[in-house]
Design a protein around this ligand. Sequence first.
Ligand code: MLT
Length: 237
Amino acid sequence: MKIEVYETYNSVKEADIRDKLAVVIDVLRATSTIVTSLNNGCREVIPVSDIEEAVDISKNYDREECLLTGERNSLKIEGFDLSNSPAEFTRQVVKGKSVIITTTNGTNAIRQAGSAKDAVIGSLLNAQAVSDYIISKGEDVAFICAGTEGKFSLDDVLGAGAIIDRLDREGIELELDDLAVVAKFLYAKHRDNLEDIMQKARHFNSLKATKYYEDVDYCIKEDIISIVPEYKDGVLK
Ligand code: MLT
């Protein structure tokens, strides 16, 4: 099985993923939030790039049926129901709702994965479940890291490394590209204390400076969720 890791969604071209399973990763925090929301029983998640697009889509729903969510500069968008903090996406809040979400990087990465043969959402929270899903599909994999404002992001590469490590431990024969080798090595070296290496990530430190600092402790938990959201026709279920 061939495994590629793309350091940001900008580095992925349609032809790169047309015949592959894309796994989108934004550990801090978009994919962690989406996995949490679907695990807590929301009906669907609709990832969009722009605030205006999110508001337009919400007009197709009764206001009580949907939640407008997301962030800019890590903070809640004015007039929206929720930010991009997984702590806000509790069962009580999201159950049965359609969640419309726009974030700076993560939702763009998901949209980019729309041209892949199949696309799913990964994070540390559901790393084992994603590894099991990949094995069940048996397709070559392209990890699409969201990155942070067009740059490589340590937290995403560790997330990809966590899943590659699990595939490797299942005895799957893997053909890794260079960044996949780095991701696997980095995760294996730091698996026993992910917080230490995460502290070096730029986005970790910018979140620590906000009221959302506890999200970081949550997003680095491994294998506490066993669902794998699939992205089809613009919707995550
Ligand atoms: C993003 O999509 O850029 C991130 O999820 C930002 C954040 O932490 O809210």
